[in-house]
Design a protein around this ligand. Structure first.
Ligand SMILES: Nc1ncnc2c1ncn2[C@@H]1O[C@H](COP(=O)(O)OP(=O)(O)OP(=O)(O)O)[C@@H](O)[C@H]1O
Ligand SMILES: [Mg+2]
Length: 283
């Protein structure tokens, strides 16, 4: 069964579990799983409070942007959420389950998947092989000597589908170094999708991209949110304001503002700290 069909089935189970408790999406066909909560997360490096009492809440199927100047603690927060760093305090909940101290491979299995600020792919493999490897690792097939043919076929199909969703299918035979910078970042998104996430964390997916490539990623992120919740670190304020449902603004480890784009762009504290004189249209 293809990856997104499974995600949709999971979504239905999730919505069913919610019962009629006022969840904002009533159409089961379009609802996605991935309600995600970070509560009072804290991480220090010696005397530096890199992440200081950060809380955020992502409704299923939303794009939530995390913005802030360099060194604000965005990547550290990602590292704490995804099991690469152990937070000193706080909790991470996915669909109501506490996943705070799970190791990163278990977090991936539970549905929390990330991409990195710096591209991380296997250079000697083709784009297709990179994505397929991710799909297989999701099933633990890399380490299963007697892996089932059907599971391998499923991984292959999921890889194809992920490549198609991100628009890389025509270039799937190329190795990462043969892809342009934009395509390489898109490949990482495909790898993330092949892991069948409920929440996909993207760390600066448009870094170093041209305007056209940036717009492509922005469209892709919106498209992905139809299937999985997205937490996005992004420096391009135009992108952030145009594609996000909610925005969290961090400076020096702390959250200084949270809300929808219209509210954030008008917030004087945010303007001072980060956005400057960004002009936005009607929200
Ligand atoms: N492993 C570490 N050891 C010590 N200090 C660290 C470590 N990782 C990050 N820091 C510090 O924590 C602070 C937050 O860094 P972080 O990389 O999370 O910021 P960021 O918001 O992702 O910045 P950028 O926008 O530049 O990517 C910085 O002052 C950084 O120097
Ligand atoms: Mg960072």
């Amino acid at each position: 069964m293809a990856v997104f069909l499974r995600a949709r089935l999971r979504a239905r189970r999730f919505v069913h579990a919610l019962g009629n408790r006022g969840h904002r999406r009533e159409n089961l066909e379009t609802a996605v799983a991935g309600a995600f909560v970070v509560e009072g997360l804290h991480k220090s490096f010696g005397a530096l409070h890199a992440v200081n009492d950060v809380s955020l809440d992502i409704e299923a199927g939303q794009v939530h942007a995390l913005i802030g100047p360099n060194g604000a603690g965005k990547t550290t927060l990602f590292n704490c959420i995804t099991g690469f760093l152990r937070p000193d305090a706080g909790r991470v909940l996915l669909n109501g389950n506490d996943v705070t101290h799970l190791p990163s491979h278990k977090l991936v299995k539970s549905g929390i998947v990330r991409t990195f600020q710096i591209t991380q792919v296997f250079g000697e493999l083709s784009a297709r092989e990179n994505v397929e490897l991710a799909a297989r690792s999701r099933e633990g097939l890399n380490f299963d000597f007697f892996r089932k043919a059907s599971a391998c076929r499923e991984a292959r199909e999921d890889a194809e589908e992920s490549l198609e969703v991100v628009g890389l299918i025509e270039k799937a035979h190329l190795r990462p170094e043969e892809l342009g910078h934009g395509d390489k970042r898109v490949l990482e998104v495909a790898i993330g999708l092949a892991l069948n996430p409920e929440v996909l964390l993207l760390d600066e997916p448009t870094a170093g991209m041209s305007r056209t490539e940036t717009e492509r990623i922005a469209r892709l992120v919106r498209q992905i949110a139809e299937r999985t919740s997205v937490l996005l670190v992004e420096h391009d304020t135009e992108v952030v304001l145009s594609i996000s449902d909610q925005i969290t603004v961090m400076t020096q480890g702390r959250v200084i503002a949270q809300g929808p784009p219209g509210q954030i762009s008008q917030d004087p504290q945010v303007q001072d700290a980060y956005l400057g004189a960004v002009e936005v249209g009607e929200d």
